[in-house]
Design a protein around this ligand. Sequence first.
Ligand code: ZN
Length: 182
Amino acid sequence: MITPRTIRHCRQCGTAVVYRVPDDMDSRERAVCPACGTIHYENPLNVVGTVPVWQDRILLCRRNIEPRYGKWTLPAGFMELDESTADGAARETVEEAGAQFEIGPLFSLLNVVRVGQVHLFYLATLTSDRFDPGPETIEAQLFAEDEIPWDDLAFRTVRQTLEWFFEDRRRGTYTVHAGDIA
Ligand code: ZN
């Protein structure tokens, strides 16, 4: 098991941490403060977003930030502490696209173990085709299935979610999908 060593200093007292297994109750290396004894646990982060639908088209945002500057994504971002997954997905859709919509059910859950993230996308029904992209977005645009820029998508979770969406639409029923990005 490889622990990413991303913490350098203790969040309590600022002393440089050391990575070690803190005690015999644990089996993983943690960032342990040699001065005050604080153990810093690191766990996966949730990325939450939507699949915004307008008639037969899907809203994508072109990223104005790294990573993947200039690539297309579904509106999504890191969940905040004071919100539910659905609330976070809705907030990101407002922030990145300035879209007006009604949030729907959970559609996809994807583990991205390599980077310690879980991505969740909710269906959303747009109530307007006017957008007001925020600073993280170059442009927000609607795409039919045959217009999706498959070679310029920002993330594999976005590609997988869109593939599941169009498969479900052809079948005529939408279900929850779960999977892993290898
Ligand atoms: Zn400390």
